[in-house]
Design a protein. Sequence first.
Length: 202
Amino acid sequence: MDEPMARLLRGVLMIGVTGIVQALAQLVLMHLVEVLPLPRASNWPKFVMISHSVIAVLVLMTGHLLQVALWALLYHFDWGEFQTFSGALYFSLASFTTVGASELNLSPAHRMTGAIESALGMIMFGWSTALLVSLIRTNEQIRHEHARHTHRPETEAGVDALRETGGVWFGWSGEVTTQSATTVSSEPAIVSKGNIDRKSTR
């Protein structure tokens, strides 16, 4: 196989490896989010939300640094570019972030691969940004849902208990939806034994 084709295949292989590293970082992040407490399960929901975001940044940045290091390994040890590995690492980081390193350059035979790394870096950072936005939005929705449900019965068992005891619960109608009672007004309403029994016999 001629040298240009071999370089092209290495570049294609690096694209695949970079994508795999990003996917693994996403899997790790998903696992951590599953094992960490949810905002609604904590007494400090805002702190939990911020901790989720910080952990996500650390995981995703670790993945990006690993991606940068893999490209640097290709440049220095496989292609013999740059005198030191630290120089290759700096060039790879500058290319991956599209900042560019004007004092360092690849040889003419490898410049196209360096441009590919820059394009791939933009895609990977866009991927990470999408994950962060999704995580923050999901946590906000969970927190708001928890705030809405804090002062009302959340299960049908709670409504059944009201029916059995004749008790009264003051809350916002439109928030309780069960098989036996559904309110639709946006004004404060009273849920009592009589109201529930009348709706159940309709």
